[in-house]
Design a protein around this ligand. Structure first.
Ligand code: NAD
Length: 428
């Protein structure tokens, strides 16, 4: 471990750290609405604990490289920290700080007993073999192991990681403890204590919120059109559930390109194509879309399910979707949010729309701790119930306070975290 910083000072916003600036500006709006003073803002804006580690990697060809990894634990007021682990060449500490803060609000909004955390390793997983990724994961886990555990901080998959990664993390941690600790990660394979329904949970939640938001706007779900950016763990199943509900998924994209079919893509056939080729590009019968044209299509529903900051001041005026449901974390900048509000585009924010994953991660952690497994139906009906309650709570708060859904959701979440913080009191 190269550096552990307990209770760091409020991080300065480095140049290019716009995601963190966005997250902090959303928090500022919420603390202003709630009438909190600057000291409460500073408390909630500052991660409780951050660690940056070096990960020396022996490549398959015998050479070495040294990677950098982070784990940020933003808040513990309501319970252990919880959040994904991202493998991407674009990972920065400020990005991980922003994602950790959003996890705190998401867990509070869905009323799961966690704080927020996030991890990231600066690596392009496509450039590494499975054996190399396993060595990176085991070394990273070993370096951060004093800080994680079922009662401390529970990682889960995010961009570039999957159930395999969670199995390696769980195994590495368990070897160090001397016994199997299933509850240290969630999003594990079913054979290793994973929960039925976890792999599709985020997308199920996205679809659930999308149907509610479309209905709210007077749009009939069956026959409505959708575009989905990103075809990974979130975007792929979101497209599947939208199509299964009778929607026309007219465009999808991944990091290699975007495709469209105005008659509606055949999503099951597209999934087979992606399994065979690794990308949506080249799907038979589809048209090619250039650049970020997908985001500007005239559709009923737009689901950004890839990365942060894709809807911004530079393109928001050209967005024609009636409803945006955020599968990704942080896809909309505050400037774009203002434009969408003016243009009467309904935005279902990330901390609500993509919370299905952490809800079923919570179910997985509960099942692990009880060593008692639920049926898929039980998981899915409990998930639907939680998403319904959160959707209703956020809409009620938005109406009561005259706020957009994002601000209403953040206000609700921040209020719950602040309450827990005040009731616990400050040590010493
Ligand atoms: P993933 O790695 O499985 O998939 C990411 C997808 O986005 C891939 O298809 C990739 O090709 C594509 N992509 C990357 N850059 C792109 C670009 N510029 N344009 C179009 N496509 C691009 O990751 P994931 O788990 O699906 O996560 C996607 C987003 O959802 C992230 O913001 C993540 O934080 C968020 N999220 C994930 C979960 C989860 O359970 N996995 C839960 C909540 C939120």
């Amino acid at each position: 471990m190269t550096a552990v910083v307990d209770s760091p000072t409020t991080p300065a916003i480095a140049p290019g750290a716009s995601v963190l600036a966005d997250a902090r500006s959303q928090l500022k709006t919420a603390t202003d609405v709630l009438g909190f003073d600057d000291s409460m803002f500073a408390m909630l804006a500052t991660p409780r604990r951050e660690v940056t580690v070096s990960i020396p990697l022996r490549r398959d060809n015998g050479t070495y490289e040294v990677l950098t990894g982070h784990r940020v634990q933003h808040n513990f007021s309501r319970g252990p920290a919880k959040g994904g682990l991202r493998y991407s060449p674009d990972v920065t500490l400020d990005e991980v700080r922003a994602l950790a803060m959003w996890m705190t609000w998401k867990c509070a909004l869905l009323d799961v007993p966690y704080g927020g955390a996030k991890g990231g390793v600066r690596i392009d997983p496509r450039e590494h073999s499975q054996a190399e990724l396993e060595r990176v994961t085991r070394r990273y886990t070993s370096e951060i192991s004093p800080l994680i555990g079922p009662e401390r901080d529970i990682p889960a998959p995010d961009i570039g990681t999957d159930e395999r990664t969670m199995a390696w993390m769980m195994d590495t941690y368990s070897v160090q403890q001397g016994h199997t600790v299933l509850g240290v990660t969630t999003g594990k394979p079913i054979a290793l204590g994973g929960s039925l329904g976890r792999a599709t949970a985020t997308s199920r939640g996205v679809a659930h919120v999308a149907f509610a938001a479309l209905t709210d706007r007077g749009i009939t779900v069956a026959g409505a059109t959708a575009a989905v950016q990103g075809f990974g763990k979130v975007g792929r199943y979101a497209a599947r559930f939208l199509a299964e509900a009778g929607m026309k998924v007219v465009a999808v994209s991944d990091q290699y390109g975007a495709i469209a079919d105005e008659r509606g893509l055949d999503v099951p056939a597209l999934e087979e194509h992606v399994d065979a080729t690794g990308s949506v590009v080249g799907f038979a019968g589809s048209d090619v879309l250039e650049g970020s044209a997908l985001l500007e299509l005239d559709v009923d529903l737009l689901v950004p399910a890839a990365v942060e900051g894709v809807l911004h001041a530079g393109n928001a005026e050209r967005v024609k979707a009636k409803v945006i449901v955020e599968g990704a974390n942080g896809p909309t900048t505050p400037e774009a949010d203002d434009i969408f509000r003016r243009n009467d585009i309904l935005v279902a924010p990330d901390i609500l729309a993509n919370a299905g994953g952490v809800v079923v991660s919570y179910f997985e952690w509960v099942q692990s701790s009880q060593a008692f497994w639920w049926s898929a139906d039980e998981v899915e009906s409990r998930l639907a119930q939680r998403m319904d309650i959160a959707w209703r709570d956020v809409n009620a708060a938005a109406r009561k306070r005259g706020l957009a859904l994002r601000d209403a959701a953040t206000v609700l979440a921040v209020e719950r975290v602040a309450q827990a913080h005040l009731m616990r009191g400050l040590y010493p």
